[in-house]
Design a protein around this ligand. Structure first.
Ligand code: SF4
Ligand code: SF4
Length: 217
């Protein structure tokens, strides 16, 4: 899932300074789970904006604003309030914000209320951890399921740097060195030989943006 954090109110108000009437869009998936764009956060944002003298013409919370089919239905249901507003403030990740812009038929100003921070897994306690950097060439099969691109501070592909100290990372002493974790995991699985498999440099053509996956030609 995509992790977001709320922008400072000052920054949000600065982006809204030319607009009085605002429509709010939340996100029923990632931002709701991260407690940045669900119903309570929409209500809190509405109250904050009204306290600042803004008029909130309406709010909606598509199940997933990054999915056009789900977003469009919500926007259509709220067309009256959308026609009354001067700007749309989106409490979702950058994907959600751009999806609202792409699917808005009224050419409204669409603005972000959140910063998009990272993609994460959620553990059983409900905490979020970044585990994958979407590199396009997954090496988990030879690194015992531990991603060196994301978990090593330098993204090293072929073993640790010289700075590892008692199993900790030289960049962040509170963090385990990813390559020590990989070594221990390979050892546990009796696959330590894999540590010697040299990985070629990444093909950075694969990280050329923007990516696309066309399903319907
Ligand atoms: S190697 Fe790491 S960053 Fe690349 S796809 Fe696999 S998990 Fe993601
Ligand atoms: S100490 Fe380990 S995790 Fe930290 S930068 Fe070096 S190899 Fe990467």
């Amino acid at each position: 899932m995509i992790i977001t954090e709320k922008k400072a109110l000052k920054e949000i108000l600065e982006s809204l300074k030319e607009y009085k009437k605002i429509f709010l869009v939340g996100c029923g998936e990632c931002a709701a789970t991260a407690k940045t764009g669900g119903e309570p956060e929409l209500a809190a944002m509405k109250a904050e904006l009204e306290k600042q003298g803004k008029v909130v013409t309406g709010t909606c919370m598509p199940e997933a604003p990054c999915v056009a089919a789900k977003l469009k239905a919500e926007l259509a249901r709220n067309m009256k309030a959308l026609r009354e507003c001067e700007a749309v403030l989106v409490l979702a990740c950058g994907l959600g914000v751009q999806s609202v812009k792409d699917n808005d038929r009224l050419s409204l100003t669409v603005l972000p209320a959140l910063n998009t921070v990272f993609g994460a897994v959620m553990d059983a306690q409900g905490d979020f951890y970044e585990k994958c950097s979407l590199c396009g060439e997954c090496v988990l099969s030879i690194t015992a399921g531990i991603c060196p691109i994301t978990l090593c501070s330098k993204g090293l592909l072929n073993g640790p740097c010289g700075g590892v100290d008692k199993g900790k990372c030289e960049v962040d002493k509170d963090k385990d060195c990813a390559w020590v974790l990989i070594y221990k995991e390979l050892e546990k699985k009796n696959k330590i030989g894999k540590i010697k498999e040299i990985q070629p440099a990444k093909d950075f053509k694969k990280t050329t943006r923007p990516h696309k996956l066309v399903m319907n030609k």
